[in-house]
Design a protein around this ligand. Structure first.
Ligand code: PMP
Length: 389
């Protein structure tokens, strides 16, 4: 009998290596920005979620420092005990006003916001319908809730209708969950159709706006605004850690729903409140998003420029359909994707290979920032050209 109950871990790691699925961290030695110092090499950064370039913005930094000076580094407890500050309220009001919802609540991360909300809203007697390409936090929340989960093929409303017709009546509540911008593909969910289906079949709809917040819609309010669906009843979740350059998550919805979450979402009730620095930085970012639409406009100009160059110079690149600031091109397997990521890196471009199990097929993921210069985008295309993909 084998007396080492941990022996399987090394075997499992060996299998991960063999499949070219092994991952490790890469160290950045500089402030966030369009270029960064990656293990001693200056590279053009197409790997971050800092779409508006706010993570290195002086104004967020000043706000965070002022909050630390006034309130210290830690929030010292959960929101319902000693952790609540006026800053949290200001941030929540700022989010609700951007989203044009009655109320909002901030969590300590987007991951926790998804898990806490899903587990609070549904349980054993309920049904969750989840897009196959949803983010891990939505999938984990679904599993933790104990509800029956049906995963529908990516963006297939036809199969969703079929499942609803066949199964909705067997369950008490039904929750549709979907990313709005799919994080590893860059395409969007068909939000208006999903909202109509939710209404027709008496379902709640939870939309993950992580990659849409600050980016999509005229005022940066997200895909709900982009699709002209502002004011329709749904649950919007997002993160403060991507375009907003800070850390934390949020839920924006009706007064009643948010009040319910404050009483029933375990990952809000039983975790330490967002730190004063993160809260203040996110609040400063929300204001910048509202006051500086030119950042978002520049981001879209950059995305359009890159798409135009790809069309002109890289007609064979297998670009996945995208309507966001995320552009992915597919490669035959994990080893080829790793090799491409390495070649890019050697040429001064930071754009990671994304492989299974994160995604079904291996790819290089490029995320565009408002602060990229034309030359950065041209360099990326020039390097891709030389790689003969
Ligand atoms: N949802 C999506 C679609 C995401 O991409 C992410 C972050 N990778 C999250 C949720 C989690 O957000 P956070 O990083 O704030 O935990």
């Amino acid at each position: 009998m084998n007396h080492n109950p941990y022996a399987w871990i090394e075997e499992s790691l060996a299998t991960i290596h063999q499949a070219n699925w092994y991952r490790s961290v890469q160290t950045i030695h500089s402030r966030p920005g369009a270029t960064v110092l990656l293990s001693g090499q200056e590279v053009i950064n197409f790997a971050s979620n800092d779409y508006l370039g706010l993570a290195g913005d002086e104004r967020l930094q000043t706000a965070a420092i002022a909050a630390i000076q006034e309130f210290g580094t830690g929030s010292t407890g959960s929101r319902l005990l000693s952790g609540h500050r006026e800053l949290h309220r200001d941030l929540e009001q700022g989010i609700a006003s951007t989203k044009q919802t009655e109320e909002a609540v901030v969590f300590s991360s987007g991951y926790l916001a998804n898990i806490g909300t899903i587990t609070a809203l549904v349980g054993k007697r309920d049904l969750i319908l989840s897009d196959q390409y949803n983010h891990s936090s939505l999938k984990s929340g679904a599993v933790l809730s104990g509800a029956t989960i049906v995963e529908y093929p990516h963006n297939s409303t036809a199969l969703l209708v079929k499942t609803l017709q066949e199964q909705r009546h067997n369950y008490r509540r039904c929750l549709l969950i979907t990313d709005s911008v799919f994080s590893m593909d860059g395409d969007l969910c068909p939000l208006p159709e999903l909202l109509d289906l939710a209404e027709e079949f008496n379902c709640m709809l939870l939309l993950d706006e992580a990659h849409a917040t600050g980016v999509m819609g005229k005022t940066g309010a997200g895909c709900v605004e982009h699709f002209g669906c502002t004011g329709r009843e749904l649950i919007q979740i997002g993160t403060l850690s991507k375009a907003l350059g800070s850390l934390g998550g949020y839920v924006a919805a009706s007064n009643a729903l948010i009040d319910f979450l404050r009483n029933r979402a375990p990952s809000w009730i039983y975790t330490t409140a967002l730190s004063p620095a993160d809260t203040a930085a996110a609040l400063a970012a929300i204001k910048i998003v509202q006051q500086e639409p030119q950042r978002r406009q520049q981001l879209w100009r950059n995305v359009d420029y890159l798409k135009q160059l790809i069309k002109e110079y890289l007609p064979n690149l297998q670009l996945l359909p995208t309507e966001s600031a995320i552009l992915c091109f597919q490669l035959s397997d994990a080893a080829t994707a790793l090799k491409a990521g390495k070649q890019l890196r050697e040429a001064g471009i930071f754009a990671p290979a994304i492989r299974p199990p994160t995604v079904p097929t291996s790819r290089i993921r490029i995320s565009v920032m408002a602060t990229h210069e034309k030359e950065h985008i041209e360099k990326l295309v020039e390097v891709l050209k030389s790689m003969q993909l």
